[in-house]
Design a protein around this ligand. Structure first.
Ligand SMILES: [Zn+2]
Ligand SMILES: [Zn+2]
Length: 132
């Protein structure tokens, strides 16, 4: 049977299930992610065909840039999703998953924009912007 994972927002109004092994976690240090999370965004990607949402009506989608939206629970405010227009996958915040997640941290992106109140010193690859 394929690997499955579940997760939710803080209040439980939004739940999700995923099928398949989860991709490594990527930390995004851009200013939008910092504003949204208070620190940096740490998320995995799940193909939309392997993602089931429950309580999707409780998600507020905020268009944070011309090409992408950020989804959060309209009741408790938990940051959950990042979705770029036209792509067949959704980024899901690593912290929203129920343990055991099987997740491992992979690398950091948009390090050039990181906050000035911390260092990235975990030895993982760092990219000034996106990986490519
Ligand atoms: Zn919630
Ligand atoms: Zn970001």
């Amino acid at each position: 049977m394929a690997e499955e994972h579940s997760g939710s927002c803080n209040c439980g109004a939004v739940r999700f299930r995923t099928r398949g092994k989860l991709r490594e976690v990527i930390g995004c240090h851009c200013s939008q992610c910092r504003k949204q999370t208070g620190f940096y965004y740490a998320a995995t990607n799940v193909f939309d065909s392997e993602l089931d949402l429950e309580g999707a009506g409780n998600i507020t989608w905020y268009r944070s840039s011309p090409q992408a939206q950020r989804g959060f629970c309209k009741t408790c405010g938990s940051a959950l999703f990042w979705k770029r227009d036209g792509l067949d996958y959704t980024s899901i915040m690593a912290g929203a998953f129920d343990p055991p997640t099987g997740l491992a941290f992979g690398y950091h992106i948009f390090c050039a924009d990181k906050g000035d109140f911390y260092e990235i010193d975990d030895g993982l690859p760092r990219y000034r912007q996106s990986k490519v």
